[in-house]
Design a protein around this ligand. Structure first.
Ligand SMILES: [Zn+2]
Ligand SMILES: [Zn+2]
Length: 132
């Protein structure tokens, strides 16, 4: 791996860490990083690599463009994520509630939820209130 590729990847990871838990379209990431001299194709290639490595998750987006969510932060470990489909913000479900949900699914379905891979989609409190 060339030094140049490594630098692009590090810049991308820095960016993703800054925007941890946000739902970001590939286009927006490319646009934000264009100032750092990273080409659009390099951004897409690195995003695909990180996804293959399981460090980046595809997010269910409303648009046709591919969106991603990065939860590499230490604080994300063992958390269940709630993602708002209106504002794109992501929240951590309280640990007690998350445990209750995981245990309920395990008991009722005999199914062990993978917390790192599980995202619950819906509308957050702020967006629900804005609609009223
Ligand atoms: Zn998180
Ligand atoms: Zn929202």
């Amino acid at each position: 791996m060339s030094k140049y590729v490594t630098k692009q990847r590090r810049l991308l990871l820095d960016y993703l860490t800054e925007h941890a838990d946000e739902t970001l379209s590939a286009g927006r990431i490319a646009e934000d990083l264009s100032g750092d001299g990273i080409s659009v194709s390099a951004v897409y290639r690195n995003l695909a690599e990180l996804e293959n490595e399981g460090r980046l998750h595809r997010a269910a987006g409303s648009g046709k463009e591919q969106s991603y969510r990065y939860s590499g932060a230490e604080s994300c470990r063992g958390c269940l994520h709630l993602s708002c489909t209106r504002c794109g913000r992501t929240f951590h479900m309280g640990r007690t509630d998350a445990n209750r949900l995981v245990n309920a699914v395990a008991e009722a379905e005999g199914f062990a939820l993978d917390r790192a891979e599980t995202v619950l989609y819906g509308v957050c409190e702020a967006c629900r209130e804005a609609k009223r």
